[in-house]
Design a protein around this ligand. Sequence first.
Ligand code: GLY
Length: 569
Amino acid sequence: MKFKDLVGLITMVLYLNVSIVEAQKIDPFHYQPQKKVTCTQGAVASANTLASKVGVSILQKGGNAIDAAIATQLALAVVYPGAGNIGGGGFMLAHLKNGKNISIDYRETAPSHSNKDMYLDKEGNPRLNLSQDGHLASGTPGSVAGIFAAMKYALLPFKTLIQPAIELAEKGFSITANQADDFNELKNEFIQLNTSPTVFVKTTPWKAGDTLIQKDLANTLKRIRDKGAKGFYEGITAKLIIAEMAKGKGIITGDDLKKYSAKERTPIEFDYQSHHIISMPLPSSGGIILQQVLKMIEHKNIGEMKFQSAASVQLLTEAERRAFADRAQYLGDGDFVKVPVKTLISEEYLKERMKDYQPGIAGNSQSTKQGYIKESDETTHLSIIDAEGNAVAITTTLNGSYGSRTVVSGAGFLLNNEMDDFSVKPGIPNMYGAVGAEANAIFPGKRMLSSMTPTIVLKNNQPYLVVGTPGGTTIPTSIIQSLVNMIDFKMSPEDAVNLPKFHHQWLPDEIRVEKDFNPGTIQQLEAMGYKVVKKESIGQVELIEINFGKTRKITAIADKRGDNGAEGY
Ligand code: GLY
């Protein structure tokens, strides 16, 4: 490099105010999502290109998939504020190169002053605005505890992993068109649900390419860098959260924060069509639903039915109906309620469950109330594979879009509205239309039932697929379709992710299909007696396929829906 060019580069770096190392790899003001990447060493697929780039830069620095997952997750908390977070919770699933499978549960918990009737009025009617909007909707956040629970599997120092997030928050990044739309649409909610002005509100409308700078968030991240989990759960950040709760009638206390802990759990594992599936156990319903549905259909030759034929859609629909009916009745935090998991996933039980399945004739859900649907995709997933064969799938969430829409004043991060994932009253649907019973009632310290389904598939004991998606109750059904598309319909990973999806969740008794779903199939399903409802879009899958041939080939797919981006090397 000539002296003149070197001076130019240094001047540009100083101008952009980013470190040379990051500037060489990531320009936060000029980036485009890649939807498909083919490579040999390692890859990251996440909801945001900048976050995926951060993950790959960590792999290239010698980090493993867990290092990359931690750095990507922290970057998402900055560049994807709608769902990336430090004020929410999530699940990490990993297959380590030594063959060990682990899952870390950092789901939010109900605060100690919560109770099962806290979202009911005097007459016992649900007040869902309180479980969904503002301070009272938040559970005690788990994300930061989860990140530090994962650190024991990481190689690089934490300060290296958090640095890109700090820089992105401090110096800013260009927002996408979708983010500009979000900020403009949510302007009034951000004003109403906050006790002080937030960085997401400005006087003139946002547009693609505008810079978002988050100084308060950068300072919070620095406290976490310097003090570890205590930089969030104790000290200044905790004081700011408690002050915010006091201003907005929230109930998270200092004790709730101090007592929060992430938990390592035994993943759900089962075989399906000669593949080994690993997924998330309770308090996620995802792994159980995955196992129930795939085992209910395994011996019914779905591979011979055409993709999205009325027959294959009906088979999956009827299995999903039964799994979601069980979810509503039996599933909740297994640390607080007795959940008959062994029976629910046993072959005999599932065989019995499908006994009344009749090809060509619609089943029907027994219900006392119809669910109402308010769709939201604001959970987010990242899939990672490294050069050593460590695979990580993380799904993390604030629950609804931008969570409670409440930012902790002075700390710069959004709080979740995860309390709505509890059953606020038996039979009353939450924002995803999911109903629950006593098993998922609110209790202090309890984790609300989730649908997040980070999943890893092994073939011949090697990682083959790393997959996950946002989408509330549509998460497990989107994962099921991605797996059936790859394993039974032998599709390319690109088609498996991008072709139209559908969903059934017992209540409401309807098949939701994406708007470009095959019209002929819709007609046939209606003739069988199904109600079919069109939806704009379902899920945003991040899928990595790893093929171990003579040379390893990795294909990372970021869903065509949304701003998702795949990166690799
Ligand atoms: N908040 C979405 C889920 O956990 O299922």
